[in-house]
Design a protein around this ligand. Structure first.
Ligand SMILES: Nc1nc2c(ncn2[C@@H]2O[C@H](COP(=O)(O)OP(=O)(O)O)[C@@H](O)[C@H]2O)c(=O)[nH]1
Ligand SMILES: [Mg+2]
Length: 289
């Protein structure tokens, strides 16, 4: 590697590498304000972005073994998530049927022709889409359909919107898809839903990651991909988190865990920040209640 090379001299973001106990406890201890409430995280992004793999990775970190529950598809098989399904994170073998209070939904890409309609994503944000609904790229879910939830509770609504994009295809996102992502973000903003991005497959843009995941915040190429994504979809850098999913490994790696935990912690915190902001708004004189 010649002059300047691919590395910055210091990491531009600090995270606790390898020592995950505190971060893990933090997310495990997370409790929504209201008893029985769930934090619903909606992952959206292109087909094959690594959404299912991300959910599997979270489950893997929590239970210290590799999980394949959400069934990540190898894209070459062209079988992608069409059904709206809630994924829960199990508390562990001793706690069967007991789950953490955050849940994931993933929604297939916004790609031309075979992607989910923007209108359907908007319905999902508002909690109108019932579990088991099969998205149809040709027509949107309509009132009266058995999968249309007329009276969404707070638990049915989406609380955090996460855009999942692979680092190696950021440049390939078409203007059309960018437009759709922006439209969905606009709706989320109107509904007060915080938005983040997870940038996956960083190992595909930098071979260094394969050797040592800890290099992530020193690698210029990773930062450049994040910046490119930030500019394209308008999500600020401090809301973008690079991850390397568990996709081929059969054993856990502490540093991979650290990145997954860092992204999850920030997803959870974004919800808390949003609630605190709402509270401060309603308490301040002149704030809207
Ligand atoms: N190299 C690499 N491959 C990944 C990563 N995450 C997912 N994959 C692979 O990408 C493909 C699509 O992943 P999947 O989770 O099914 O994507 P989804 O369509 O967004 O749910 C699968 O073959 C995964 O093994 C990652 O971080 N790095
Ligand atoms: Mg999937």
């Amino acid at each position: 590697m010649g002059g300047g090379g691919s590395f910055l001299s210091t990491a531009w973001r600090d995270i606790d590498w390898g020592d995950n106990q505190r971060a893990l406890q933090y997310v495990k201890d997370y409790k929504p304000e209201i008893e029985g409430q769930e934090l619903r995280i909606l992952l959206h992004g292109p087909v094959g972005a690594g959404k299912s793999s991300f959910i599997n990775s979270v489950q893997s970190v929590f239970n210290s073994r590799i999980y394949r529950q959400a069934f990540a598809d190898n894209i070459s098989h062209d079988s992608f998530t069409k059904d709206y399904k809630t994924y829960k994170i199990e508390k562990g073998p001793k706690d069967q049927n007991s789950f953490y209070p955050f849940v994931f939904n993933d929604i297939m890409g916004l790609d031309k022709d075979k992607g989910v309609l923007v209108d359907d994503v908007k319905l999902a944000l508002r909690g109108h889409v019932k579990d088991g609904y099969r998205f149809n790229p040709e027509s949107k879910l309509s009132e009266g359909d058995q999968f249309y939830n007329n009276n969404p509770t707070d638990n049915d609504k989406v609380h955090v919107l996460v855009c999942v994009v692979p680092a190696n295809t950021v440049s390939l996102i078409t203007d059309e898809v960018v437009q759709k992502i922006r439209e969905i973000r606009k709706e989320a903003s109107d509904l007060g839903i915080p938005q983040l991005a997870v940038i996956t497959k960083i190992d595909e843009v930098c071979a260094e990651i394969k050797e040592d995941v800890k290099t992530v915040y020193k690698l210029k190429a990773v930062k450049a991909k994040m910046e490119e994504l930030s500019v394209k979809v308008g999500i600020p850098m401090n809301c973008i988190f690079p991850v390397k999913n568990y996709h081929e490994e059969i054993d856990l790696n502490r540093d991979i865990d650290s990145l997954i935990l860092s992204s999850l912690k920030n997803i959870i915190d974004s919800r808390e920040d949003c609630l605190n902001y709402r509270k401060s708004q309603s308490e301040s004189p002149g704030g809207n209640v």
